[in-house]
Design a binder for this molecule. Sequence first.
Ligand code: ZN
Ligand code: ZN
Length: 219
Amino acid sequence: MLRRKRRDERPEHPFTGYKLARAVLSADGGRAGFAGLTLGADQVYGAVGEAACVWSPRHAPPRKWCGCGFYCLHDVNDARDLGCATENRSALLIEVVAAGRYIRYERGLRFSNQRIRAIRESQCECGRPGAGLADAGTGIVGWRHLTPVCGMCAGGRPAILSLKDFAALLDAPVPVRVPPAAVPAPAGAAAGESPVAVLSAEIALLHARLDEIQSRLDG
Ligand SMILES: [Zn+2]
Ligand SMILES: [Zn+2]
């Protein structure tokens, strides 16, 4: 998938990259984090992290013949492409800054030190932008997987956390920079909104759109 070009370089400037990550919430609901999708799916990292090799404590990631370290892609569209795969649908798209040791690939980097710069995209399984996060029904020891839900699909599901509330539970501040066009119901994303409020905001928006279509038909 990723083709290596050079190895073991140290960047003069930190790189910006994009990746998919699964949002997780601690069992007591007090801490949030991210988990990898395939490699490192059982390792939770926060807003700032240094990679450790899961296979060998004797080397520091990224090691040439090992898969260890953090990964990111240079182009946000490559990360979006990955997000289309069935198993990645519930992942968040995040922007990261890579630093430390790294190995450069054609389309991305494998590296040792990561800081999450922003949460960029989240999508409900129905295809609408995810306004909040709900329990995905899966997880790893100590952490529940979360899945993005829109206001329409949130109805009746408990424990909805807005992206902002999720970000506030990370070990360091991470801004939520989901494009305005991708947030159809901003009222629903506010902290403390009930799923019903989110749902009514979505329905109000839907009605507004129907009215608009109706007025066009009439005109
Ligand atoms: Zn390793
Ligand atoms: Zn939905």
